[in-house]
Design a binder for this molecule. Structure first.
Ligand SMILES: *Cc1c(COP(=O)(O)O)cnc(C)c1O
Length: 360
């Protein structure tokens, strides 16, 4: 068996150690004679798995007791609707910052529920830099301010946390959660689909300040009310048990690696050497403002896009998988989440340099 290097944007690679542990426990979880997948979510065994996962995430991110941590389904995309449905709290307007495809999707959905005001946009610079705090036009009457800390497709990441005063800050952390330290207290709500930096697809994590709960719009489906999930410890119905369990294994793995501080150091090193290789050549290019280059998703183009196909074929032969850029952008994209080891980035850089030598 050979594990290849996986640069998928999502569902993304998982740590080998986590997959091996899941394999070992698959048929007989902790001597119970059955798989975790086959257990009642209300069994004391699963409840302990669920509680441990939540506590480990709380430890890793320093989440205070005034926040609820929810383990939901529906992906980050469902959060695009749940956020306005729950956080408008009688107001009729919310602020959004547009930095790319994911923020646009969030804006489009929110516009079904309220008057969306653009607090800032990267449109003028072709989505290559995020607006600075000074450039933001914040509405004190907004129910919340929504932004996308890392645009997974464009490869654009904020180098600061927007300050919105008393207006709750909402962040789509799908592709950057747990990649570096963050002060949760600056946020009203954080959400992330699990399939990038947490675990398998099918699980969505929401971290929400308790005082924001209990104001869902009239007529909202029960399953779209955060308070229902918070009151039921995310077990109002059957939760995604296997995803929750695997996320828990990833959280334990992260703790063993030294937590988010250690991951940040590693992630920064991985990203810097890949960008240095791109910048150091006339053959590869990345157009993002240096301060806003994503540590997690590194898009790059080849000097001649007629070579894209050959690049991808030869990369695959070299054991480097899923480097094709998003269909809306083209070119290449290397997603280098927590679970992608530094030696995978080294192998990619070596391959890129060889490919350039042969084809430039
Ligand atoms: C992948 C992604 C989404 C969509 O996630 P789903 O779980 O597929 O709904 C939303 N926002 C960001 C930033 C993403 O990277």
């Amino acid at each position: 068996m050979t594990r290849k290097y996986n640069f998928s944007a999502g569902p993304a690679g998982l740590p080998d150690e986590v997959l091996l542990q899941a394999q070992e426990e698959l048929l007989d979880w902790h001597g119970k004679g059955l798989s975790i997948m086959e257990m009642s979510h209300r069994s004391k065994e699963f409840v302990s798995v669920a509680e441990t996962a939540e506590q480990d995430l709380r430890d890793l991110m320093g989440i205070g007791s005034n926040y609820k941590v929810l383990f939901l389904q529906g992906g980050a995309t469902t959060q695009f609707s749940m956020i306005p449905m729950n956080l408008l709290r009688g107001k009729n307007t919310a602020d959004y910052i547009n930095t790319g495809i994911w923020s646009k999707k969030a804006i489009k959905e929110a516009a079904r529920y309220c008057d969306v005001k653009l607090a800032g946009s990267s449109e003028e610079n072709g989505f290559t830099a995020v607006p600075s705090q000074d450039q933001l036009i914040l509405n004190p009457e907004a129910a919340y301010l929504h932004y996308t800390p890392n645009e997974t497709i464009g490869g654009l990441e904020y180098d600061y946390v927007p300050e919105a005063g008393d207006v709750p800050l909402v962040a789509d952390l799908s592709s950057t959660i747990l990649s570096r330290p963050l002060d949760v207290n600056q946020f009203g709500l954080i959400y992330a689909g699990a399939q990038k930096n947490i675990g398998p697809a099918g699980l969505t994590v929401v971290i929400v300040r308790e005082d924001l709960l209990g104001n869902v719009v009239d007529g909202a489906p029960t399953m779209f009310d955060y308070k229902v999930h918070a009151d039921a410890d995310s077990m109002n119905n059957t939760p995604p048990t296997f995803g929750w369990y695997l996320a828990g294994l990833v959280f334990q793995w992260l703790k063993a690696q030294g937590g988010v501080e250690a991951m940040a150091e590693l992630n920064q090193r991985k990203a810097e050497k890949l960008y240095a290789a791109i910048d150091g050549s006339d053959f590869y290019a990345n157009p993002m403002a240096k301060a806003n280059r994503s540590w997690m998703n590194v898009p790059f183009t080849l000097a001649d896009d007629a070579l894209d196909k050959l690049f991808l074929e030869q990369a695959e032969e070299a054991g480097l998988l899923n480097l094709k850029g998003h269909r809306s952008v083209g070119g290449m994209r290397a997603s280098i989440y927590n679970a992608v080891p530094e030696k995978a980035v080294d192998a990619l850089i070596e391959f890129m340099q060889q490919f350039e030598k042969q084809n430039a």
